[in-house]
Design a protein around this ligand. Structure first.
Ligand SMILES: [Zn+2]
Ligand SMILES: [Zn+2]
Length: 228
């Protein structure tokens, strides 16, 4: 039965989502519906920040992340590849490790070279990489949450743009914003000093976390009334 292990890769997480939720996603939801679900649980996660409730933050962001993986599957985006090319062990904007955007007041996106020897293998290693690029000691949890909210807005904007234009260049923007959003999910978990892969392995230790089936057999009604 499909499960997520604490040594999962980003690719493994995306494949798990497809195996368990691919059928119900295809039948019930289009890209807009999925984005709404990504946002819905992301905002519940932000509510957890306001309420200072770590479990509420973690669980809701994990469900948001699962919807986001479903969206990546529907758009046929290879997330791991995109994240690595956007953040090859340096900040995607200033190109430094750690990021020096603020201290050097970087105003222009710098050209980045990719050293594939540095590429993390597991999700856990990606989380460590993001902590090194964007140390959580340099921001508050609230700051990480606001950044996450900004990025879901930017992803939505690019999806809207692409659905209108159907141009390859606009699709490229979707993939870039998708990687930025992913970095911000990780950023919140780093601010919480919480290991995302381990949390995922608890929630998704056995098929769908609600109906315990694979493929998921949750009804539309059940999905829409689910909450942590
Ligand atoms: Zn930077
Ligand atoms: Zn289910």
């Amino acid at each position: 039965m499909p499960s997520i292990k604490s040594n999962t890769t980003i690719h493994g997480l995306q494949a798990f989502t497809q195996e368990v939720y691919g059928v119900s996603n295809d039948r019930y939801f289009n890209a807009w519906d999925m984005l709404t679900n990504v946002e819905r649980f992301l905002m519940r996660g932000l509510k957890g920040i306001r309420k200072e409730d770590q479990e509420k933050i973690e669980l809701n962001l994990i469900i948001s992340l699962s919807w986001y993986m479903s969206l990546m599957n529907q758009l046929h985006i290879n997330l791991e590849e995109n994240v690595w090319h956007r953040f090859p062990y340096v900040c995607s904007y200033c190109g430094d490790l750690p990021c020096s955007c603020k201290s050097k007041k970087v105003k222009k996106r710098q050209k980045i070279t990719i050293d594939n020897k540095l590429r993390p293998k597991t999700l856990k290693e990606f989380q460590i990489m993001f902590e090194k690029i964007y140390p959580s000691t340099t921001r508050t949890l609230e700051h990480a949450g606001i950044h996450l909210a900004e990025e879901i807005g930017e992803l939505s904007e690019t999806v809207l743009n692409y659905r209108g234009s159907h141009k390859d260049d606009d699709f490229k923007q979707v993939t870039l914003e998708a990687a930025d959003l992913f970095s911000c999910y990780i950023g919140v978990f780093n601010s919480l000093k919480s290991d995302l892969a381990t949390k995922l392995s608890i929630v998704f230790k056995n098929n769908c976390h609600v109906c315990k089936k694979s493929p998921c057999e949750c009804s539309f009604d059940k999905i829409m009334h689910f909450k942590f």
